[in-house]
Design a protein around this ligand. Structure first.
Ligand SMILES: *Cc1c(COP(=O)(O)O)cnc(C)c1O
Length: 228
């Protein structure tokens, strides 16, 4: 086997390879100079993997469950932590304590609980509105209601910085593109700086639709284990 054709095998190699592919996709989309952040989604990955990701140069990580995350976050090198899971109001305080941003605010009571917890802790908490553009996503506000929700949450004192959406699970690339375009239009109405679109299977379509932040698990770490 020729060395240069080898599939990237270590986490650092996969990360560097992905950065190359991302640069090429941005060029193809006419977005060479747009910054695009990468959030490494570490759910179901052990703490050692999180540490290796940070060593490899990853500066932002995402988790879906507070309880699982808390066990891994203790004593990590400085890294930005995003909450990606469903926001239960009774977990708002724990979420604010453990995370630097929340990407999955999809209703007023969740946002209100987070705003209150953020005020109490004195911690700034940028949030994204999760917009539902996929029939398989159980959560998320309707795109046509996003602007209204953003206004209501800003009145609560929440720092709404954009939109997050999960793409449909399908091989139909056109359907994925159309869903992401709906999310991008909602982002234009909501305002802010961050459009969090694109996971391991659909990040190229996300770049074409204007994503400023990819959330990547499998592409960096391989298949997830079933338990931590
Ligand atoms: C799990 C998850 C991801 C990462 O998914 P991959 O397909 O492994 O890249 C991204 N975003 C959210 C909200 C997730 O729950």
């Amino acid at each position: 086997m020729e060395l240069e054709n080898r599939a990237p095998s270590t986490l650092r190699e996969r990360y560097l390879h992905l950065l190359d592919e991302l640069a090429a996709e941005k060029r193809a989309a006419g977005r060479s100079n747009d910054p695009v952040r990468i959030v490494a989604v570490t759910k179901k990955q052990p703490r050692e993997t999180v540490l290796r990701a940070i060593e490899a140069g990853i500066g932002e990580i995402g988790e879906n469950y507070v309880q699982e995350a808390k066990g891994k976050f203790d004593g990590l090198p400085p890294v930005r932590k995003h909450f990606l899971g469903h926001v239960q109001t009774n977990k708002a305080k724990a979420i604010v304590e453990a995370f630097d941003s929340v990407q999955s605010v999809d209703r007023i009571d969740a946002g209100r609980a987070l705003a209150k917890a953020a005020r109490t802790s004195g911690k700034p908490l940028p949030v994204l509105l999760q917009v539902n553009v996929s029939p398989v996503d159980r959560f998320g506000t309707k795109p046509e209601e996003a602007e209204h929700l953003a206004e209501a949450l800003r009145r609560e004192g929440l720092d709404v910085d954009g939109v997050m959406a999960i793409g449909p699970i399908t091989e139909d690339r056109g359907e994925i593109r159309r869903a992401f375009e709906r999310a991008a239009r909602a982002f234009e109405r909501v305002g802010g700086t961050t459009l969090s679109l694109g996971m391991s299977g659909d990040w190229r379509e996300a770049i074409q639709a204007g994503s400023t932040m990819l959330r990547l698990g499998t592409a960096l770490f391989g298949e997830r284990r079933t338990s931590v």
